[in-house]
Design a protein. Structure first.
Length: 214
């Protein structure tokens, strides 16, 4: 499912239109997915696109979505490796996936007063920035600060223990977000201040550290 370079592109001239006015999948793609799901067979949707699409119907009915964006010559090999379990994906979304065009612009570092609830809907995205699953699960424990109190110009170190709680080796992207609730000017409700990718075998644990300033 998805789009290609002809349907997802920038408009730069009269004879080169682009920039569609909605994020829905073109044509009868949603109906196709619905019909395939109705067969009762296991279904994985593989998305190829150059921008986030409004895929609410797919997200509600399909147990797994593989997001490929625009891949290269080894697309078929890479996708087969993931689908057959020869490779465990560990990527995280570098963007926010909105539920509809009406949610735009949608990004994770909104100001506290940035959005209010919609009538009959929600302002929460379909998938937030930093979201991503794999064939294993990871548990976070023992979050700690050293020191646990700092001044206006101070720095602290954040540590957390991450354990692969599943049965397959996998990568996890550990992400550190902060929120300044007492600043003199408004700050976003969520700010990414650090991240680190780690690889863990089943049952293995690692301590991840990151610094955060005031």
């Amino acid at each position: 499912m998805g789009e290609n370079e002809q349907t997802s592109r920038e408009a730069w001239a009269v004879e080169h239109p682009g920039d569609r006015d909605n994020l829905d999948l073109l044509g009868n793609q949603d109906d196709l997915v619905k019909a395939i799901v109705a067969t009762g067979k296991p279904v994985v949707v593989f998305l190829l696109h150059g921008r986030p699409n409004s895929i609410n119907a797919i997200a509600e009915s399909v147990p797994a979505i593989l997001d490929g964006w625009y891949l290269g010559q080894e697309t078929g090999t890479a996708v087969a490796d993931v689908l057959f379990g020869d490779y465990n994906p560990g990527g995280k979304l570098p963007i926010t996936v909105p539920r509809s065009t009406g949610q735009l612009p949608d990004y994770y570092y909104q100001k506290p007063s940035g959005k209010r609830e919609y009538l009959g809907s929600t302002t929460k995205p379909l998938y937030p920035f930093g979201w991503g699953l794999s064939y294993t699960t990871f548990k976070y424990a023992n979050v700690r600060l050293a020191p646990d109190t700092i001044g206006a110009q101070g720095e602290t170190k954040v540590s957390v223990d991450v354990t692969n709680a599943g049965k397959m080796r996998g990568d996890e992207v550990v992400q550190l977000y902060i929120r300044d609730e007492v600043s003199s000017v408004t700050r976003p409700v969520k700010e990414l201040r650090g991240f680190k990718r780690i690889s863990l075998s089943p049952g293995e644990s690692k301590t991840v550290e990151a610094g955060a300033g005031a």
